[in-house]
Design a protein around this ligand. Structure first.
Ligand code: SF4
Length: 267
């Protein structure tokens, strides 16, 4: 694997890698200390709002290839932590992701993982992996909306039954490492009813909600919320007594922001 191109914005540095068999994946260095790496070439989940899964899954990355994205850059970047949240669904490649997590930890790095929980067998393994934070990307509570947003998914109730099962055996410090990710899309999952159901889920599981902002992706007619609408959603959850965080500007950057990584960028 090798780096074939670097793109820069005022906030992020995006690196395009080519695998030995000619595929491309991307990593983003953000916040001046974290590297967001890819776990698959493409993605089987094919979320409506994400460029990474547009053409489905080409193949899994090996633990070596996931680690290599860091290894090739560590000499020139002050990487302190890794987010396995780039292209791919980590639960769909859980054994290789687990191998990569162990290698990152051996380097003294903090490691976080983002997953939709699909498939559930891989999700079970990742919950128990030695990560420093796991974001469960929920994005919609009601199943008919989840079917619209995800190409494939595990029913939400099943995902959180698995979480609650794990929480019975986990320490409270471990439980605190779990949060819910929710990407707000105008007119799709931002109604009062949606937010109320989200707040109830977060309270039931005692988890923080990270409210994410939609980054425009070519070929979709989806829209994000205005700043005022976004703040309103934040306040609504806060009023319910839910801990909430908002997307930072690095995640909202057109270059390398959430959902914008692709295996088919023109270079
Ligand atoms: S948001 Fe994540 S799970 Fe969904 S298509 Fe993109 S990379 Fe895959």
């Amino acid at each position: 694997m090798k780096v074939i191109k670097e793109l820069k914005s005022p906030l992020n540095r995006l690196f395009i890698f080519e695998t030995n068999d000619g595929y491309r994946v991307e990593s983003v260095f953000y916040k001046g200390e974290r590297l967001c790496v890819s776990s698959q070439v493409g993605c089987p989940v094919r979320c409506l709002f994400c460029a990474s899964g547009k053409n489905g899954l080409k193949r899994n990355l090996s633990a070596e290839e996931i680690f290599k994205q860091y290894e090739l850059l560590k000499g020139e970047l002050p990487v302190k932590g890794v987010a396995i949240a780039g292209i791919g669904e980590p639960s769909a490649n859980a054994d290789e992701v687990l191998g990569a997590i162990k290698r990152f930890k051996a380097e003294g790095l903090k490691v976080t993982v983002s997953t939709t929980g699909y498939p559930v067998e891989g999700f079970r393994k990742l919950m128990r992996a030695p990560h420093d934070g796991l974001t469960i990307s929920v994005h919609a509570i009601f199943e008919e909306k989840r079917r619209k947003l995800f190409g494939v998914s595990v029913p939400l109730e099943q995902v959180f039954t698995e979480v609650e099962e794990y929480f019975k055996e986990a320490s409270s410090s471990r439980r605190k490492k779990f949060q819910i990710g929710y990407l707000l899309i105008k007119g799709i999952n931002d109604s009062d009813e949606d937010l109320k159901a989200l707040g109830e889920l977060a309270k039931r599981c005692r988890m923080t909600v990270m409210l994410m902002a939609y980054n425009p992706v070519p070929g979709t007619a989806l829209k994000g919320l205005t700043d005022e609408e976004y703040e309103r959603a934040f306040l609504k959850l806060r009023e319910m007594g839910v801990r909430v965080t908002l997307s930072n500007r690095f995640r909202r950057d057109p270059l390398g922001g959430c959902g914008t990584l692709t295996i088919a960028r023109e270079v």
